[in-house]
Ligand binder design. Sequence first.
Ligand code: AMP
Length: 427
Amino acid sequence: MKVQAVKGMNDVTPESERGFLNTTLWQGLGAIAAEHLESYGFRHVWAPVVEPTELFARGIGEGTDIVSKEMYTFEDRGGRSLTLRPEGTAGIVRAYIEHGLYRSAPIQKWWYMGPMFRAEAPQEGRYRQFYQIGAEFLGVAEPAADAELLMMLSKLLERLNIGGVRLRLNSLGDPASRDAYREKLKAYLDAHRGDLSEATERRIDANPLRFLDSKDPKDLALKDAAPDILDSLNERSTAHFDAVRGLLDEAEIPFERDKTLVRGLDYYSDTTFEFTTDALGAQDAVLGGGRYDGLVEQLGGPATPAVGFAAGVERLAMLLEKTMGVPKAGPDLYIVPMDGHVGAALALADAVREWAPFAIEVDVSGRKVKASMKRADKIGARHAIVIGEQEVRTQRGNLKDLGVSSTAEVLLSGEALAAAIDPSEES
Ligand code: AMP
């Protein structure tokens, strides 16, 4: 019997029949995101994929959907409870505390890219293993940190040529403001018992905020008249939110204040945001994030302000596929040995690689020249050259440009071939 991948977990391959799971697309996306984040001073961090379960229970919150029903948790051989990370922030904050950075270098700008795991019901755009690119800006409480992060993200989407994305912005205030708001919302919902969705009615006491992101038509009808959290914010949180909005206006970054944006993780405070697009259907969030000034302390460090984001790589790839299609990435040069001259072909390939990091494939399959040339075409090679008895003897060969089907004689040196296949040299 064939073994199959776990449901909701994908393979990303060069030949993927689903365009957004294509290697070339992911590599391009990863390279642009890395360059962009680094250009804003973020440095790459690799944190473990597995963490003690307690980290997420304490960090994300026991009452959240993620912790209460979506974590992949298991006991290791020593009987410790471990969990495949459902998100990146808790692990980053653990590392920040564990290495004592709050003492030696409290301001850290870190980014990461890697797999996350949530046992959600798989559907288009929602997977059980998915990838996130994210960043965390630790140690700065100023609204300029939030604003710069949002400016960076809107520039990143621009750079990726992803249009039609809306930035939705809200503030959750500090914990005291949020508690005050929770009570107000609870009173409002209590007064409408009977008109609300069943799920909301069940959660009025434990988690009334969940009403705000309910998509049930019954709840939707009551959202407009619901109390606005901005009316419950204290002076500091109000000033913080006003300053973030002011800086975004100054930078001409369009956004919409959305009083229903609460997000599903407990650690957020003050600014929360999400970039959404209609192009993705039901799973419309491309990326989300916000400020989490209480998390470092909650996980055992000293009070440390922080703000961050996480973007879904699959969803970014889906949007990229829509705008640019799936890029073809055949080798720059395909070398076809003939008359048993595979050794000379391999040596020639290495000689060219010494000049520039071209992608070169030698056909070592031993098949006939015609079949080799067919494969070169099929995989989208840019150039091909046959190396046989005559080529080895004369140290000259015919380089075929497969794009325009022209042939040119070249010297069989690494330097000459490298120059001949260099796209910047082509007329
Ligand atoms: P979150 O960590 O829930 O705030 O999610 C941040 C981003 O990760 C979202 O905006 C999505 O793009 C992506 N994401 C979250 N959950 C999933 C999932 N199950 N499958 C694919 N992408 C996801």
